[in-house]
Write a protein that binds this ligand. Structure first.
Ligand code: NAD
Length: 494
């Protein structure tokens, strides 16, 4: 049984129950953890709030050393962390090893830029004055994390938040808390008590209590647009900062000049990675008509070659979906898309490769712009392809969305690339290399995909306030203080 991690100690729940964590490939129970309550959430916030008084004053160099140590400790534990990530989330283990490395790299990055950035000085408005800004931490940050990249999306929040001098409360997804818990004793314990706390439970049980707690200064959330919207409304009542990384229905365009083999493999990766459970996966694929037949034929052949199975097996390309609910939803979305006129080219069914939640990688063609699989976020291994007349139609369709997380194109035609870049609203625009992130470059969404940015310097500023300091080092009476007596001659006569 596993407990909350509060103020550097394993702490039982105040009145909560228990939850079984299930392996989505085998349906075995991997662990039992506590399921917290609002009282538990309050206790974690109190611990983080008490630790803030000290942590905000820790010099940059000391914080940087600690954060590099955290990165090292994560890398040292990659074997067990990747095993737990695969057991609780289903993603192939090799991809979870990558996830752990990206987490460590994120800590290394913010260790450095955190100690390198503290504000600016600007020219003063008068002599013997100085004007500068300092960057201050916000206080307690609640980091609310989804199931699909449990450690990475947590680190994109907590590394910059800590570097900026905040303390944090982490709420992992109730489906995937185990790798996060593994970090507590092995990694988070490297920091002073209370700087990082972990509370377990559901959105309703502990998430809402964190959002509503007056001592939580900022909610950093990654998850669905529906939940993100609820959080924004609640946070607004206290004018609390939010960083919202939400859902996406990203487009991918293959223009006629693209290298088809590269585009086929890249698009399939962009759609089927993590069994399609990626916020930025290519959920709408537009292919220009002149190459559509060849592209689709090769895409289907490649899709059929992907190995579906338990992510612990070395040859698995695509693991299970996270839950029965997720599987039912994908099935329902595929059925409604087919009923509305799309064509099934492969997959389209559950797979019996184990007891778990497996869905066959699926290719749908003739997916018109109003069909369910491209109008709702489809979180599963289902590629929706539409052959379009030409580049202009592809760009227009790609741009016509309420969401704006990422967008991908395959072309070396500069005119197509620049037109698409300007027309499509997206926080990240990938040309010829889908889904590659960079710690030093901002990541986030526009429109219904959220607000705020993670990573890069923007990701650090998400957890800081700017204070302007105005300093006069030769105090004197100013001529403009109640100037009626001295400056009457300047007044207009009427
Ligand atoms: P979800 O919204 O169901 O849950 C996300 C987290 O929010 C979980 O920890 C959950 O317990 C918590 N939560 C739920 N209700 C809450 C409430 N009322 N108050 C506070 N917390 C609450 O999302 P999910 O199913 O775990 O993840 C999939 C979604 O996340 C997809 O929509 C996907 O696109 C999105 N996502 C976005 C990004 C991004 O960077 N933009 C990255 C990954 C996933």
């Amino acid at each position: 049984m596993t407990l909350h991690w509060i103020n550097g100690e394993w702490t039982p729940s105040q009145g909560g129950g228990m939850r079984q964590i299930q392996d989505p490939a085998t349906l075995e129970v991997v662990a039992e953890v506590v399921e917290g309550t609002a009282s538990d959430a309050n206790a974690t916030v109190d611990a983080a709030s008490a630790a803030f008084a000290h942590w905000r004053r820790v010099p940059g160099i000391e914080k940087a050393l600690l954060m590099h140590e955290i990165a090292r400790a994560m890398r040292d534990d990659v074997k067990e962390l990747s095993r737990l990530l695969t057991r609780e989330g289903g993603k192939p283990r090799i991809e979870n090893m990558d996830e752990v490395e990206w987490c460590a790299a994120c800590f290394d990055y913010y260790a450095e830029i955190g100690r390198n950035s503290y504000g600016n000085s600007v020219p003063p408005v008068a002599e013997h004055q100085l004007n500068f800004t300092i960057k201050e931490p916000l206080g307690v940050v609640a980091a609310i994390v989804p199931f699909n990249y449990p450690l990475l999306l947590m680190c994109w929040k907590i590394a910059p938040a800590l570097a900026a001098g905040n303390t944090v409360v982490i709420k992992p997804s109730e489906l995937t808390p185990l790798a996060t818990l593994r970090l507590c004793e092995k990694v988070f314990a490297l920091l002073p008590k209370g700087v990082i706390n972990v509370v377990l439970g559901t959105g309703a049980g502990v998430g809402e209590a964190l959002v509503e707690h007056p001592k939580v200064a900022c909610v950093a959330f990654t998850g669905s647009t529906a939940v993100g919207t609820q959080i924004a409304v609640k946070a607004a009542q206290q004018l609390k900062r939010v960083n919202l990384e939400l859902g996406g229905i990203d487009p991918l365009i293959v223009f006629e000049d693209a290298d088809i083999d590269v585009a086929v493999h890249g698009s399939a990766w962009a759609r089927f990675l993590n069994a399609g459970q990626v916020c930025t996966s290519a959920k709408r694929i537009y292919v220009v008509k002149s190459i559509a037949d060849e592209f689709i034929e090769k895409f289907v052949a490649h899709t059929r070659s992907l190995v579906v199975g338990n992510g612990m097996n070395a040859d698995t390309d695509v693991g299970p979906l996270i839950s029965q609910k997720a599987l039912d939803r994908v099935q329902n979305q595929v059925e409604r898309t087919l009923a509305a006129g799309a064509k099934l080219l492969c997959g389209g069914k559950r797979l019996d490769v184990g007891p778990g939640y497996f869905w066959a990688p699926t290719v749908l063609s003739e997916v018109g712009p109003t069909l369910p699989s491209v109008n709702e976020e489809l979180f599963g291994p289902v590629a929706s392809i539409l052959a379009v007349e030409d580049a202009d139609q592809a760009i227009a369709l790609a741009a016509a969305s309420d969401y704006g997380l990422g967008a991908n194109i395959y072309t070396t035609n500069l005119t197509y690339a620049m037109k698409a870049m300007h027309e499509i609203k997206a926080g990240t625009f990938w040309i010829n290399d889908p889904l590659t992130d960079n710690d030093a470059a901002p990541f986030g969404g526009m429109r219904k995909s959220g607000m705020g940015r993670e990573l890069g310097e923007e990701g650090l500023d998400a957890f800081r306030e700017t204070k302007h300091v105005h300093l006069d080092y030769m105090p004197e009476k100013k001529s403009y203080w109640f100037p009626n007596k001295t400056r009457q001659g300047e007044l207009p006569s009427q």
